[in-house]
Design a protein around this ligand. Structure first.
Ligand code: HEM
Length: 547
């Protein structure tokens, strides 16, 4: 399916669809009988779609998700087109035999998607990763804050603690990000002059890990002089800091990930990979050595932070420690690990003229305010818009879930759907972020999209942080408390690239390597970065690229 087909996807009302009886549980009705139209006059119907026969349906769907349709968004889009609806029933992943019930009602347009942020309508208990839950052994036996519903007692103090950490360390953000990126960019440029191979994703991974730890704990996790650092001991030496954290992060998301395998090896490797990654939930003990290593580092260096958790928020020290590790490594670092390479890839696809304009904005602001700091960064609307546009097209977290607290009527643009209490709602964010009702030419990277009065209004529809960019994360909602932090550092990352003395545009080898390491394709051989374009059909294959 091509981009043009996607653009033409229909939101016209659909005919009533046949259901498997196993898909439907009894629905409560008012004494006047069930309503036939919603409050805004739309016809009420059951969501189209079928989950198939028990076990067989979910199993076949799961195979299709991982091995035929390349995961999100292709899997969602093919079903959206089949049912001619942006709300429908389907099986999510993982599924049988050893993962829980994968039946969900999917929401793919901007209107229905908002249901997922309405705490009166959905419960967010244990749905952070969707239909399955990560073994508690990954987090020291604690249910960390993203798994808690706001109605749970611990949610408020744990979220307040996270917000406090972000606020209290904000002055360190600019210098620490600068100090982490400058030597890295220097080394890339030096290496590229000598035709050395660079790996953008892993190099940035280490740099941002150092940035996170230095900002929030004041210590460098790879400095051999630092106690319990992530390169120390046999494990640290063998794995290195990046693999240590990845070996803890990845098994938590592997159940929903498409494992990239060359086409010709698929028949050979698929059964083995299925068995290893998508069949049996990972038990906690598999990550114990690496988690203990991470924990030991945090335990030594987060005492000041933990004092705040205990004295100000009345939290148990050990629980606060596991939450702190999760906030810094899983919530935050893992998101940046995906986001920063996406920013480079998207920027490298823009024209030289645009990159010059960006560079001029960055340099002028730095000159006017005497350095790359908060005031200068405030004066970079183009860099900010370019960053928002990456968050729109490549949201690092691609799914959101919530369980219906009661029987609901959920409206899309052209129909209203009955959803039963207890059903799991699943949002596919890449598709909702490409809603043609809201975004013009939604499949194109338009770095100026969020600029100006009209552009700023679109921030209401930027939902990557589990809520509109214009709304505030609070203890009563599940909005990501790191929303402003991430928006800010993404803009600063762009500013750091374009503030570099020699980089009015990326040099050719820089771009070529960016292209190679992010799987983009060089379609011309001219010397400018505008020759780098994402692969054809990128929207559909992106999930493979980014994994
Ligand atoms: C690119 C980076 C990030 C992305 C894509 C991201 C995305 C999200 C999303 C989608 C959720 C909601 C999950 C759900 O309930 O369905 C969430 C929640 C959360 N995020 Fe972020 N986040 C990022 C960075 C951060 C940072 C920097 C922090 C803090 C240091 C953070 C802390 C949290 C916490 C504590 C929650 C749970 C909120 C609650 O329970 O109310 N995140 N994030």
């Amino acid at each position: 399916m091509g981009d043009s087909e996607l653009r033409q996807r229909s939101h016209k009302p659909v005919e009533a669809t046949t259901f498997q009886s196993s898909d439907i549980r009894p629905i409560s009705t008012s004494k006047d009988g069930p309503a036939t139209t919603s409050d805004s006059g739309l016809p009420i119907k059951d969501p189209p779609g079928s989950c198939g026969l028990p076990f067989i349906g979910p199993f076949l769907d799961k195979m299709s998700f991982y091995w035929v349709e390349g995961g999100s968004p292709g899997y969602y889009i093919s079903r959206m087109q089949k049912y001619k609806s942006t709300v429908f029933r389907m099986n999510t992943v993982p599924g049988p035999p050893f993962y829980p019930d994968p039946r969900v009602v999917v929401l793919l347009d901007q209107k229905s998607y908002l249901t997922l942020f309405d705490m009166d309508k959905v419960e967010k208990k244990d749905v952070f990763t969707g239909s399955y839950q990560v073994n508690l052994g990954f987090t020291g036996g604690y249910r960390v804050v993203p798994y808690l519903d706001p109605s749970e007692e611990k949610h408020t103090p744990l979220k307040q603690f996270c917000m406090e950490i972000l606020k209290s360390r904000h002055k360190s953000v600019v210098p620490e990000l600068h100090n982490s990126l400058t030597p890295l960019f220097d080394s890339w440029e030096a290496g590229l002059k000598n035709n050395a191979k660079i790996n953008i994703t892993s190099d940035l991974g280490v740099a941002t890990l150092r940035f996170k730890c230095k900002t929030f704990m004041g210590v460098d996790p790879v400095d051999p002089k630092v106690e319990a650092n992530l390169t120390s001991g046999a494990l640290g030496t063998i794995l290195g800091p990046l693999n240590t954290v990845l070996l803890w992060v990845l098994p938590q998301i592997l159940p929903v990930m498409v494992v990239p395998v060359p086409k010709y090896l698929k028949p050979l490797l698929a059964p083995l990979l299925e068995l290893l990654t998508h069949t049996i939930p990972f038990p906690g003990f598999v990550v114990k050595p690496v988690y203990n290593k991470i924990l030991a580092f945090f335990r030594v260096h987060s005492q000041e932070v933990l004092d705040i958790a205990v004295t100000k928020y009345g939290l148990e020290r050990e629980e606060a420690l596991h939450n702190f590790v999760f906030n810094i490594i899983f919530n935050s670092w893992a998101g940046i690990y995906k986001l920063f390479p996406s920013i480079m890839r998207r920027l490298s696809s823009t024209s030289v003229e645009f990159q010059r304009e960006l560079s001029t904005e960055v340099r002028n602001a730095i000159q006017e305010y005497g350095g790359l700091d908060f005031p200068a960064l405030e004066a970079m609307p183009l860099a900010q818009s370019a960053a928002y546009e990456v968050l729109r097209m490549d949201p690092p977290v691609r799914y959101q879930y919530g369980r219906a607290k009661k029987d609901l009527i959920i409206e899309s643009y052209d129909a209203a759907f009955r959803v039963r209490k207890g059903e799991l709602l699943a949002g596919g964010l890449e598709v909702a972020h490409s809603d043609p009702h809201v975004f013009t030419d939604p499949l194109s990277y338009n770095p100026k999209r969020f600029m100006g009065e009209e552009g700023e209004k679109l921030l209401n529809n930027l939902l990557w942080a589990n809520g509109p960019q214009t709304e505030t994360p609070t203890t009563s909602n599940k909005h990501c408390p790191g929303m402003h932090f991430i928006s800010f550092i993404s803009k600063m990352f762009i500013a750091e690239i374009y503030a570099r003395p020699k980089n009015t545009t990326f040099t050719t080898p820089f771009s070529r390597n960016m292209a190679k390491s992010t799987n983009a394709e060089i379609i011309e051989t001219s010397v400018t970065s505008s020759s780098i374009r994402p692969k054809k059909g990128d929207f559909l294959t992106r999930s493979k690229i980014m994994c």
